[in-house]
Design a protein around this ligand. Sequence first.
Ligand code: ADP
Ligand code: ADP
Length: 224
Amino acid sequence: MSELNLILLGPPGAGKGTQAALLTADFGLPHIATGDILRAAREEQTDLGLLAKKYMDAGELVPDEVVIGVILERLGSDDARDGFLLDGFPRTIDQADALGARLEEGERRLTATLLLDASDDVVVQRISGRRVCRKEGHVYHLDFDPPKNEGHCDIDGSELDQRDDDREDTVRNRLAVYHAQTEPLISYYDERGLLRRFDGTRPPADVHDHIRATLATLRLEEDL
Ligand code: ADP
Ligand code: ADP
C-alpha cells in the first residue's frame, strides 16, 4: 500500500493534537507537530527556541524560513520515510509551497489535508480549558476531558499547566492570525483536490471515526 502523508489543518484548539494522537496510534505514523518542536526548543533554550519564544508569546507565527527549515529536515529523517502526520504545518501559503516542492523532489505526494472545522467561539472555549502535562505535553480539558486526579496527568502523573499562549488575549491574536494567514490554505488544498473536511465540534471519538472512514475510502480508491 502507498504511504500515508497527512496534514491536520484547523484553528488553534480545533482538536488537531487530539486527533493526531489517535491517528498515529492507528497507523504508526510519526506525529510532526511544529508547536511541540518549538516548545521543546524553548525548553532547551536552543537558538531556535529563543527566537521562537517572542513570536509564540505574542501569538504570532514564527517566520516561514525558520519553520520550513525545521520541518523539511524532520521530513527527511528515517522515521518519516514511509509516511507522516503533520500537525500545525503548513500555516501559510509559502510553507505549503515549500512542502509541496520538497515532496515533488522526492517523488512523494500528499494523501490528504484533514480540516477540522470549528467556530471561534468553540475554540476559545476549548483553549481556555486546555491543560497540558509538564513532562510529555499530554492534553486534557477541564470540562471535556478532565484528568482522573485533579491537576495531574493520568499517564505520567506530572502536573498540569496552562500554556502561556493559551491565555485569553493571546488566543484572540492567534485566531486573527489563523484567519488571515492559515485559512487561505483551505482553498489552496481544495483546488488541488486534497481537502477533506470534518466537523470538529463533534466529540473526539466521532471525529476520529469519520477520519478513519475517509482514509479507508481514499486508500481503497488508490488501490483500484
Ligand atoms: P495550537 O495547537 O493551539 O494550534 P501550536 O502548538 O500548533 O498551537 O502552535 C503554537 C505556536 O507555535 C503558534 O501560535 C506559533 O507561534 C508557533 N507555530 C506553530 N506552528 C507554526 C508554523 N507552522 N509556522 C509558524 N509558527 C508556528
Ligand atoms: P489543537 O491541537 O488543534 O490546538 P487540541 O487537540 O490541543 O487542539 O484540543 C484543544 C482542547 O480541546 C484540549 O483541551 C482538548 O482536550 C479539547 N478537545 C479536543 N478535541 C475535542 C472535541 N472533539 N470535543 C471537545 N473537546 C476537545
